[in-house]
Write a protein that binds this ligand. Sequence first.
Ligand code: NAD
Ligand code: WQD
Length: 342
Amino acid sequence: MSKKILVTGGTGYIGSHTAVELLQKDYEVFIVDNLCNSHISVLTGIEKITKKKPHFTKLDLTDKHATEKYFHVHHDIDAIIHFAALKSVNESVSKPLLYYKNNLESLVNLLNNMLDKEIPSLVFSSSCTVYGQPDRLPVNEEAPLKKPSSPYGNTKQISEEIIRDTINSSDFLKVISLRYFNPIGSHPSALIGELPLGVPNNLVPFITQTAAGIRDQLKVFGDNYNTPDGTCIRDYINVVDLAKAHVVSVERLVNNKMNESLEIFNLGTGNGYSVLDVIDAFEKVSGKKLNYTIVGRRSGDVEQVWADVSKANEVLDWKTERNLEETMLSAWNWEKKYRGIH
Ligand code: NAD
Ligand code: WQD
């Protein structure tokens, strides 16, 4: 019998790529999403790639009663991957209560139902944002967490604390918290990808939308940082590599391979790239010159951060396989296909 995996936020960017990887490994996939930041048509993309259908229920996880009703029916779920959250750093500054309510209430409701139905295994979407500007690079999982620079970042720190306290109160709950660095790119089929609503905040969708003629010009936020070319450095990880780490984590949980009831892993490539490196890679694979200009720094940006991924490499036996150019090509192919550009 195949294991039943619940993917919350499964029609979203990372969730949809993870659903594909799970279905390809013959897991039975149950998606819940309230569709506040994704579209139901994503299910068609998942089905086209895998020739399999995930179960889908439209559910707002902050709705306590609806969530209880869902778990009443689906009490036999084997493991949960919890992606559902709001993720815009900017929006969280202007609407902090929306972020605290959505991201924390949904986690609390989920954990309550896991305790109630004795569902033991959870993978949680955390973020490198919890490190702020680390004192030492590459940053490992032991690094002290810095005061969050946004309410969004704070929801991730608080979520990790909520999870730790809940584990301490339970004799069966096990959690893997994955701290993603900067996920980019799309499935190589270009049937699913990143679909930001409105003007993108993130670098890569802004690049591809500029090249597609939807935005006039990319603004590079600052070239006077203390980095080799003066622009900020990040660890950009391919979304398919990232999705595969979730499958490995689920396997570790359901096969009882955990060393501790809470395990935390950085998910990145271990390499830092500057904004100009990303633009170069895009220009190389697309054959297009990108219209960009250097402007002032964006407030809240950390100067440089990249991951020490040795723990994930060793303990999860996982590592990234796709390089920056291949990943930028997948992002561009997705944008072209979505916009009908040939
Ligand atoms: P996304 O917005 O594409 O996907 C999240 C999904 O959750 C969306 O489909 C949305 O409709 C759904 N959702 C939100 N609130 C919900 C609720 N209350 N009930 C049910 N569904 C709800 O985002 P993503 O990029 O796929 O991110 C997934 C997770 O990874 C999030 O927790 C995010 O904070 C985390 N993360 C993302 C990044 C990134 O750069 N994309 C980096 C680090 C961590
Ligand atoms: C990358 C680099 C910008 C846009 C955010 C969240 C973080 C995490 C990942 C969820 C930076 C520069 C960007 C543009 C630019 N999400 N840039 N022009 O800021 O590293 O992280 O997403 O947990 O919490 O903060 O990603 O893609 O916004 O920026 O020059 O138009 O690109 O300054 O150096 P960031 P990003």
